[in-house]
Design a protein around this ligand. Sequence first.
Ligand code: NAD
Length: 331
Amino acid sequence: MRIAVFSTTPYDRRFLDAANVAGDHEIAYYEPSLSVATAPLVGEADAVCAFVNDTLDAPCLERLARGGVRLIALRCAGFNNVDLKAARANGIAVARVPAYSPHAVAEHTLALILTLNRKTHRAYNRVREGNFALDGLLGFDLHGKTVTVVGTGKIGQVVLRILKGFGCTCLAFDPYPHPDVEAMGVRYVSKAELLAQSHIITLHCPLTPETHHFIDEAAVRACRPGVMLVNTSRGSVINTRAVIAGLKRGVIGSLALDVYEEESELFFRDHSAEIIRDDLFARLLTFPNVLITGHQAFFTQEALTAIAEITLANIDAFARTGQPVHPVPVE
Ligand code: NAD
């Protein structure tokens, strides 16, 4: 098939070319993100390969369908950026990569917790400048702390196993309790209990109407004072304004983010020579107890290999049978 890849980075090209080593597909790479404005780039393509911050709304999908596109192959798990009704109306199938490496995201979550707690990012800079003072670098033992995992799916379960290894008391919150989690000796608790009890709360649920602003003003008010909040799920699971207010009051002791509500304007691009116009994001950067990475939790060799291979498996299957391996049910 002829595939147009949007939001291409050098690593997308490297891993997709490796997965297409037999040359079964003709792949054209485009750096711009996909929207109705950039949709004409597809040319003669049969399939479009898109990522988390591409905008596949109705006008974009109509334009793609007019150009002959029959498949959207998302190289990610989430599909909240695709208008599925419009995809169906335009006869376009949608495929995704439902799982690639839960370890990649879980291990990054622990990297954030350990960095934020022991301040290794600050220590690194100090030592390079010959400053060996320890004041300001004080952390706490993870051992014995109460940590709640919100969303005990593939990633949440790996996080729980790692935290158990640190000797944490683990709690869980999920409307669909998992027997494997209970078998680990982890107790499911209510939202009120998790907020009251947790030294650390780490979010691993999908973004849905139910989880949108799960951490809001009321939740911040109900938190154990000094809580560490970690979000590697989707930005809008927390209300950024409410969390900033909590940080200013000291209720939230520290915050680690790999995702941000308005990240599509910022992440995956080099803006280092520009002014950041997002005042909320700029405010977050001023806190010494806030650590932000730019949606990189998935970014391991194993995950990128799996993403590329599963994306091309979806496209292969669609070319042969008209159905991808991992379809997103179009409404
Ligand atoms: P999963 O589907 O295996 O697990 C999600 C879990 O969340 C399920 O157990 C589900 O029951 C639970 N859940 C659903 N609604 C909930 C609610 N209202 N409250 C609490 N829990 C709820 O998904 P996964 O593979 O573990 O991924 C989890 C999330 O991580 C994804 O949805 C995605 O947003 C995010 N993610 C981020 C990155 C990254 O690079 N930062 C990469 C991959 C995935």
